[in-house]
Design a protein around this ligand. Structure first.
Ligand code: NMX
Ligand code: MLT
Length: 436
């Protein structure tokens, strides 16, 4: 057992009695009530999932293992001369709950390096789909193609996986899968839009290696460290995390589960919103003949979008009720590195007009920007202008959180997820409507 796995095993042993006690002694304590609006409204706000890896406060935003984004950025070890932490250290933090030392970061990096070789059949699967496939379809299929490597399935079939040790096999799958995702993502980019793949380097950290595989110079490595960290986790109820958790609850292995989560991330109301923001901005610029629109023009474009029945991408949130701190983190980066960039200026101008428009529109509960309102503009600045690729970047980051979560799901023995459904007639009865 490697040192990382040993640390995790210790943490799991320490944690298990808490879950066991809650279940045994306090299982009947009520956490919440469910209204008809919640049953019909996407289960918004119902407290029925448990994770200790991150928590989303509606006003403060995300905390990873108790740390806000600024605290996370400050406390995690960084490569020499870098402002953004090692992604490997963040993964260690998510997985174990402990802030890593430099040595711990090295252990994760070593694990990833040892496990990162991508089998040729993954590339063949992706290229076999043709360049006209969406990058998220390629990403999901690439992940799913590796399912035959699952250590959990081997153990399950051999009869050696049980309720107590299944997490160990999930851990192996999670580490093997996570190690390969940066190369798979960069391959999709280079295959679909550029001439040839750039091989992975063993001498770089995850963020640095990803930047060089994309073929983009510094400080893109910093962009990607920040990007993967801020996108990693957003508690358990978002579509990608929930889908991954749900599928894994059937003891489907990490490859099946992550592929499902990535499929959810590919929806325009979820991660795909980052491509939609750039698409919307390009549409605006096209209509303006390439000129930067005035605030009045922007207000008009927002209303045109709303009046045509579309959402304004990058704004609103199911839980957040203020500006997403992931938006703020990216905005601070942009103010430092690309303050004069025209797309950044447009994103900033939108930040000034969209909340007022949405408040006047009166539908969205949260008129403030989410993470996706900003992410494309930084990618665009560094030369990644193929905006249909942006959600793959979100997906590599999101994998860090959802994969850490399914290891813990198995460690704490979370069962098959199976909520109960009711019929419309049952809702009417509950509502006291009898004359239908
Ligand atoms: N533009 C226009 N209308 C909106 C927006 C928006 N940005 N956000 C919410 N609304 C509408 C929403 O469609 C709904 O309309 P209706 O009453 O006609 O059904 C109404 O406001 C109430 O929705 P909320 O309760 O505020 O939001 P909900 O929790 O249902 O949905 C989102 C959350 C994120 C799906 C929604 O805000 C949205 O569609 N935003 C734009 C897409 C986006 O940026 N998604 C990315 C979210 C972050 N991520 O990465 O996943
Ligand atoms: C996410 O990062 O998953 C999104 O902000 C959506 C959510 O939290 O519901």
């Amino acid at each position: 057992m490697g040192i990382l796995k040993e640390t995790l095993a210790r943490k799991i042993e320490e944690h298990r009695p808490r879950t066991t006690r809650l279940l045994k002694e306090f299982g009947k304590v009520k956490l919440d009530e469910v209204t008809i609006a919640q049953a019909l409204g996407g289960m918004r706000g119902i407290k029925s999932l448990v994770t200790d890896i991150s928590y989303l406060d509606p006003f403060e935003g995300i905390r990873f293992r108790g740390h806000t984004i600024p605290e996370t950025m400050e406390k995690l070890p960084k490569p020499p001369g870098a402002e953004m932490p090692y992604v490997e250290g963040h993964f260690y933090h998510l997985l174990t709950g402990e802030l890593p030392t430099e040595e711990d970061v090295g252990l994760v990096n070593e694990q990833f390096t040892r496990r990162k070789h991508v089998p040729q059949y993954v590339f063949d699967t992706i290229t076999g789909m043709g360049k006209d496939s969406h990058p998220m379809t390629m990403f999901s299929a690439g992940i799913l193609s590796m399912q035959k490597e699952s250590e959990f399935v081997k153990a399950y079939n051999a009869g050696t996986a049980n309720r107590y040790n299944s997490w160990e096999f999930y851990y192996e799958d999670v580490m093997n899968c996570m190690a390969k995702l940066p190369e798979i993502g960069a391959f999709i980019y280079r295959y679909k839009y550029k001439d040839k793949m750039i091989p992975s380097s063993d001498d770089l950290d995850l963020g640095g290696d990803f930047a060089q595989m994309m073929g983009i110079d510094k400080p893109y490595d910093e962009v990607m460290r920040m990007y993967f960290i801020i996108h990693s986790d957003h508690e358990s109820g978002n579509v990608s995390a929930h889908a991954t958790h749900l599928v894994a609850s059937a003891l489907s292995d990490a490859y099946y589960a992550l592929s499902a989560g990535i499929n959810g991330l590919a929806g325009p109301l979820h991660g795909l919103a980052n491509q939609e923001v750039l698409r919307w901005i390009q549409d605006v610029l096209e209509k303006m003949g390439g000129q930067i629109p005035s605030k009045e023009d922007l207000v008009k474009f927002c209303w045109d979008t709303l009046n045509s029945g579309q959402v304004i991408p990058g704004y609103g949130h199911a839980v957040l009720r203020k500006t997403d701190p992931r938006f703020t983190a990216q905005r601070e980066f942009a103010l430092k590195y690309l303050p004069e960039d025209p797309i950044f200026k447009l994103v900033s101008a939108l930040y000034e007009v969209v909340p007022d428009v949405l408040m006047e529109h009166g539908r969205a509960k949260n008129p403030w920007p989410n993470v996706d309102a900003h992410s494309g503009c930084i990618q665009w600045y560094y030369g990644v202008r193929e905006y249909d690729f942006y959600t793959v970047l979100f997906g590599i980051g999101r994998a860090l959180g959802v994969l850490a979560n399914i290891v813990w799901d198995r460690a704490l023995g979370y069962p098959l997820e199976r909520p109960k459904s009711v019929t419309t007639a049952m809702l009417e009865t509950a509502a006291g409507i009898t004359d239908q």
